[in-house]
Design a protein around this ligand. Structure first.
Ligand code: PLP
Length: 365
């Protein structure tokens, strides 16, 4: 798994992002003749039996990995996580029962902005002051009375911070954007009423969002909403009301199976912790040459963000890293500096090589 072959590099892109080589190989091998059909998965009807099996196996594997029972269902929706920002507010919040939001980064803000457009959003906590360096603690969260839900962004892809606890909300439903850390670690997923994740970060190719929700929470959508904006359309029709992005779902299914075959979420977490710690160690043992953006207790296991002493050195770092087959390390423009995205499919050796490069670069500069 770890050896670079076929001219590939270690890909630290934030999303679309690296996928398991084993999965890419399998997709390649089935491309001309999928499962004896004489067609590729790109060419099969979404009503065909061969597709049906792929669709339902992906859903079943995801629920198994998350240790959820049949009171939950998996939906596949297009429009990106960005459409989920709006759908959540449209389906569950009203002017009387507002959606509550924790602002912990750029995407959390965008989710809140959609609710604000609809006049149904409130801020429950924010770490914007100081530049989103920490995850608000339980004590910082102030829910409004009659809150429709609390919305959190579990991993802040741009700032490199991640929740290491699940907020307690009492009777108030908890909703989470897990686009960049979905299936990277075990969590008590039963505490969430609805989770969504654009799969292009940790789980597959761009083009579909995986929604995992408590059936009872989504079975009634407001009658005034158009069909494609209602969660219960996807629930009732097994996400087959219209043509689904079949290739994306097929690939997500293969990635879910890859996670299962590699020990499930507990094994992913162990690996991800090991991977993140070698990169964070390179920051912490650099005598201040590298400065991490996130506070230590809020550090993400998925996106490691750091700056160098000057922008000139940062440019040089990006260029020389690529010469060492380490790609995609440039940070987001709103934080600057570097960002190494080390999702499930990044092997430990990629992180080791990055850390070795960081140490070497520091000594030379
Ligand atoms: C990338 C990302 C999004 C946006 O996803 P799109 O699919 O591009 O709409 C939202 N939330 C988080 C946490 C992300 O990382």
């Amino acid at each position: 798994m770890a050896e670079l072959t076929d001219g590939r590099i270690y890909n630290f892109n934030p999303g679309p992002a690296t996928l398991p080589v084993e999965v890419l190989r399998e997709v390649q091998s089935e491309m001309l003749n999928f499962n004896g059909s004489g067609m590729s998965i790109l060419e099969i009807s979404h009503r065909a039996k061969q597709y049906d099996e792929v669709h339902n196996a992906a859903k079943a594997d995801i629920l198994t990995l998350m240790n959820l029972g049949d009171d939950y269902d998996v939906l596949f929706i297009q429009g990106g996580a960005s459409l989920q920002f709006a759908m959540v507010a449209m389906n569950f919040a009203t002017a009387a029962n507002k959606g509550n939001y924790i602002l912990s980064g750029n995407f959390a803000e965008r989710a809140y902005d959609e609710a604000k457009i609809l006049g149904v959003g409130e801020i429950a906590a924010s770490s914007k002051e100081g530049g989103y360096r920490h995850i608000p603690t339980q004590d910082e969260i102030k829910l409004t009375s009659d809150a429709a839900y609390l919305h959190i962004c579990m991993n802040n892809t741009i700032y490199g911070t991640e929740y290491h606890y699940v907020p307690q909300t009492g009777e108030v439903p908890l909703i989470a954007d897990m686009s960049s850390d979905m299936l990277s670690r075990p969590l008590d997923f039963g505490k969430f009423s609805l989770i969504y994740a654009g799969v292009q970060k940790n789980l597959g190719p761009a083009g579909v969002v995986m929604v995992v929700a408590k059936k009872s929470f989504i079975e009634n959508s407001p009658a005034t909403l158009p069909t494609m904006l209602r969660y219960n359309t996807f629930l009732k029709k097994n996400s087959l009301y219209n043509t689904p992005p079949a290739f994306c779902i097929y690939t997500v299914g293969k990635v879910a199976k890859w996670i299962k075959d590699n020990g499930g979420l507990a094994a992913m977490q162990e690996r991800n912790k090991k991977k993140a710690s070698v990169v964070y160690d390179a920051i912490d043992n650099s005598d201040g040459f590298y400065k991490g953006h996130a506070d230590k207790d809020s550090r993400s296991l998925m996106n490691v963000t750091f700056r160098l002493p000057s922008e000139e050195l940062e440019k040089k770092f990006v260029a020389e890293a690529l010469e060492h087959k380490l790609g995609g390390v440039k940070g987001h423009r709103s934080v600057g500096g570097m960002r190494a995205s080390i999702y499930n499919a990044m092997p430990f050796e990629g992180c080791e090589r990055l850390a070795a490069f960081m140490n070497d670069f520091r000594k030379k500069n």
